[in-house]
Design a protein around this ligand. Structure first.
Ligand code: PEP
Length: 245
């Protein structure tokens, strides 16, 4: 049985101190039993990555950057490398979040490069895909998801673990959650594609306005292996409530 994954994406929020106290709360609330059936991922802003590394020590909490540069080091002022995140203990990395695609011009090709970089360093990528509202209204959801998947995964190692986060762009930070039917249908589509392409070890997370009060229902949908949580991951209490759903 696959472990459920509860992943917090703090975006550009949370100071070093706030990150420390969040980790303390999660540590206190989730017993070691919890981690037998679930994994907790935290994606802090880079200035707080070290705080989470410290707060997560001696726990099963995993953490990693929200974005990395495509090179491991060099003259790229202002950028952050996967290598330096690994030094802090990162074993996961968020790749291709829709905000990166939308505001920072990340292409499928760049996403593909970064996924391969993660794989070469034994880091598990959490690879985000999803359609915009206009694309859904034009019945292009499956086409868009398939294109993002096939381009993002071009030439990657299919035996290595891959976490896909399906996040309909129109549901991120909007309070609009995809319906159970929409979630099931896209997750099943992704599952069948991945299996058909020969991927043997993957999970599919849902993201988009997940909250404590809808988590229980969403987690019971077939092919949903966990969540990527933005807004509701900013308070330890609501994040913990989602994990406990
Ligand atoms: C996200 O940022 O990945 C996300 C799903 O945000 P929210 O939960 O706030 O919709």
């Amino acid at each position: 049985v696959k472990k459920k994954i509860f992943a917090a994406n703090w975006k550009m929020n949370k100071s070093f101190k706030e990150a420390q106290s969040f980790c303390q709360s999660v540590k206190a609330a989730l017993s070691s039993d919890f981690y037998n059936s679930a994994e907790v991922f935290i994606f802090p802003q880079n200035f707080s990555l070290a705080a989470v590394a410290e707060g997560a020590s001696n726990t099963s909490i995993q953490f990693g950057p929200q974005q990395i540069h495509k090179e491991s080091k060099g003259a790229f002022t202002g950028e952050n490398s996967l290598d330096l995140a690994i030094v802090l203990g990162s074993k996961i990395c968020l790749i291709g979040h829709s905000e990166r695609r939308q505001f920072f011009a990340e292409t499928d090709e760049l996403v593909n490069h970064k996924i391969k970089l993660c794989q070469s360093q034994q880091v598990r990528p959490v690879f985000c895909i999803g359609e915009t509202l206009a694309q859904r209204e034009q019945n292009q959801t499956e086409k868009v998801c398939e294109e993002q998947l096939s381009r993002g995964l071009f030439g990657v190692d299919k035996q290595k673990n891959m976490v896909i986060a399906y996040e309909p762009v129109w549901a991120i930070g909007t309070g609009k959650v995809a319906t159970n039917e929409q979630v099931k249908s896209v997750h099943q589509f992704i599952f069948e594609k991945m299996t058909g392409w020969g991927f043997t070890d993957f999970q599919i997370l849902y993201g988009g306005s997940v909250k404590a009060d809808n988590a229980k229902e969403l987690i019971s949908i077939p092919y949903v292996d966990g969540f990527l949580i933005g807004g509701a991951s900013l308070e330890a209490e609501s994040f913990i409530n989602i994990c406990q759903a």
